[in-house]
Design a protein around this ligand. Structure first.
Ligand SMILES: C[S@@+](CC[C@H](N)C(=O)[O-])C[C@H]1O[C@@H](n2cnc3c(N)ncnc32)[C@H](O)[C@@H]1O
Length: 231
């Protein structure tokens, strides 16, 4: 499937590409870079064959190894060229992958999943769009399932109109609904080669787990837990 209907975002990315500033394209390449460590931690916890939805999957740095690990992966991205590249990589590996081209906040989920992955996407979204995505991730996760994030915390990356979650706010959005914090990283600088305009970007990763029980059962056990491994 070749995508021809280009969003403003894609046109911007193409301009950067023409200017030779296509670092993001290289960083997203599953051949150049390994999957995000928080995704690896999530894989250790997932049952075999679990279903995983990845928002803003790019060229498949996380999705391709997830697929190769035997999970049923559905990817989403706004950038047609990235999605086409990911599908081509999957087919070279004789795998098929479900892929959607859409705006993350407008993507309508029709199924639930054992896990959602959202790596380095939030700073491309406006706050209200990001909260819509996070709300959907929570609602469409099966009980006992996972939500994995890596996000930048430094507003200077794209500008203050985009979403750089407060760690406390994001954590509260989960623990108030009795999700547990399974894994979190220290705040760490991105690799030097990954900086935007020469700036170092600081990122944080978090893995949350949805409670197994729901409804009145869960109210009887309503103590928001915070366990947590440091990545
Ligand atoms: C920094 S890349 C990260 C890609 C991948 N998650 C990874 O870790 O390699 C950000 C991705 O978000 C996608 N993106 C940007 N805005 C988006 C939106 N509104 N909806 C969906 N995806 C979007 C970009 O096309 C790009 O693939």
């Amino acid at each position: 499937m070749r995508h021809t209907d280009k969003s403003d975002f894609e046109l911007r990315m193409e301009r950067l590409h023409l200017q030779g500033n296509d670092k993001m394209w290289e960083i997203m390449d599953p051949k150049n870079n390994q999957m995000d460590p928080v995704v690896r931690k999530m894989i250790e916890r997932l049952p075999p064959g679990a279903s995983v939805f990845e928002y803003g999957a790019g060229r498949g740095r996380n999705a391709i190894p997830l697929m190769q690990s035997g999970f049923a992966v559905h990817v989403q991205d706004i950038w047609g060229a990235a999605i086409d590249d990911l599908i081509a990589t999957a087919s070279q590996l004789s795998h098929s992958i479900l892929a959607s081209k859409s705006h993350a906040a407008e993507h309508e989920l029709t199924d639930s999943y054992e896990a959602f992955v959202c790596i380095r996407l939030l700073h491309f979204l406006k706050p209200e769009e990001a909260w819509t995505v996070i709300e959907n991730m929570q609602s469409f996760t099966y009980p006992g399932g996972y939500n994995a994030f890596s996000f930048f915390i430094d507003q200077t990356v794209h500008g203050p109109e985009f979403f750089y979650p407060s760690i406390q706010e994001l954590e509260a959005y989960y623990t108030e609904r009795r999700w547990t914090v399974e894994v979190q990283s220290e705040i760490c600088p991105s690799q030097p080669g990954e900086s935007t305009n020469g700036r170092v970007m600081y990122q944080k990763s978090m893995l949350f787990r949805k409670p197994e029980m729901t409804g009145s059962e869960s109210l009887r056990n309503a103590s928001a837990q915070k366990v947590g491994e440091i990545l």
